[in-house]
Structures are given as structure tokens and as C-alpha cells.
Design a protein around this ligand. Structure first.
Ligand code: HEC
Length: 132
């Protein structure tokens, strides 16, 4: 845990020096629906999931910190250990988004995505985590 905190502090300082703003994060992510957003019958990775990474995640996950969440790489990188198809409960990606124990909370320890978005990720994983 100590190491994780250190890494976060280092990365945060890096972000600060590069003038990436934390304050622009939650506003454009929280859609205010308070959860329960409609989940498409078939969740599309490219239309529904991949765009989620752009706002808050790619800032840190652009290659050197796995998973690589840049558009061209995110699917392969996520399926390489962070997503268990059909098993969101064992998928580090989903667990980190809901701030479960034993994983690193994403996007930050103090910021959690609304259920409308974490449910979308959950549905995509439990539908087989397809590259659709
Ligand atoms: C402030 C920088 C930062 C942001 C923003 C960030 N991450 Fe991370 N993330 C990290 C670092 C550093 C690690 C690796 C060290 C660790 O596990 O804490 C990591 C690890 C992870 C892991 C692996 C967790 C584990 O326990 O192994 C996942 C999955 C992840 N990030 C997904 C995301 C997603 C999705 C977002 C956007 C919602 C996001 N991250 C936003 C810095 C960040």
C-alpha cells in the first residue's frame, strides 16, 4: 500500500508538472444520472467502453503504466490480465473502478466513477468482453 501511495504521489506530481488538470476530471465524467443508466443489450467496446478511457485514464495509462489505455492498444492490453471475459468479479479492471479491496482504486483513491459507468464496464465484461 505504501508503494502504491508513493507511485500515486509521483505520478500526480508528474501530472502537475505537465499541467494536466485533475479538476477537469469528475465534472465531465459524472453524468448526474446517479447510476442505473441504460445498459445496451449488446455493449460495444469501441462505442461504449473505449471512449470512457479518454477523459481520466489515458492521462496516466499511455504506455508506461499498464494497462495501456490508448485507443489503439486498450483492448489487447486490458485482455492481457485486467479483464476476465464473463467474470467481472475477477476482473481487476472492474474491481479497480469500484474500489474493491486488494486492487488499486481508479481513477484515483478519492474519485470513483458513477454506477452508470461502472455498470457499463461490468456488462461488457459479463457479455464476454468482445472486441466489438
Ligand atoms: C493519476 C494517474 C492515474 C490515473 C488517472 C489512472 N490510473 Fe490506473 N494506475 C495508475 C498507476 C500508477 C497504476 C499502477 C500502480 C498501481 O497499481 O497503483 C495503475 C493501475 C491500474 C490498474 C491495475 C490495478 C491493479 O490493482 O493492478 C488498472 C486496471 C487501472 N489502473 C485502470 C485505470 C482506469 C480504467 C483509469 C481511469 C478510470 C485509471 N486507471 C486512471 C495511475 C493512474
Amino acid at each position: 500500500m505504501k508503494n502504491i501511495l508513493k507511485i500515486f504521489i509521483l505520478v500526480s506530481m508528474g501530472l502537475f508538472l505537465n499541467s494536466c488538470y485533475y479538476d477537469s476530471f469528475p465534472q465531465d465524467i459524472d453524468d448526474g444520472s446517479g447510476g442505473g443508466g441504460e445498459i445496451p443489450e449488446v455493449v460495444s467496446y469501441s462505442n461504449d467502453i473505449m471512449p470512457l478511457w479518454e477523459g481520466q485514464c489515458v492521462a496516466c495509462h499511455q504506455g508506461s503504466v499498464p494497462p495501456d489505455l490508448r485507443p489503439d492498444n486498450s483492448y489487447d492490453s486490458l485482455l492481457n490480465g485486467f479483464v476476465e471475459p464473463n467474470d467481472s468479479g475477477n476482473s481487476i479492471l472492474y474491481l479497480s473502478l469500484i474500489h474493491a479491496d486488494n486492487v488499486s482504486p481508479m481513477p484515483t483513491p478519492n474519485t470513483k466513477w458513477p454506477a452508470s459507468q461502472t455498470d457499463l464496464v461490468k456488462a461488457w465484461i459479463d457479455q464476454g468482453a468482445e472486441d466489438n
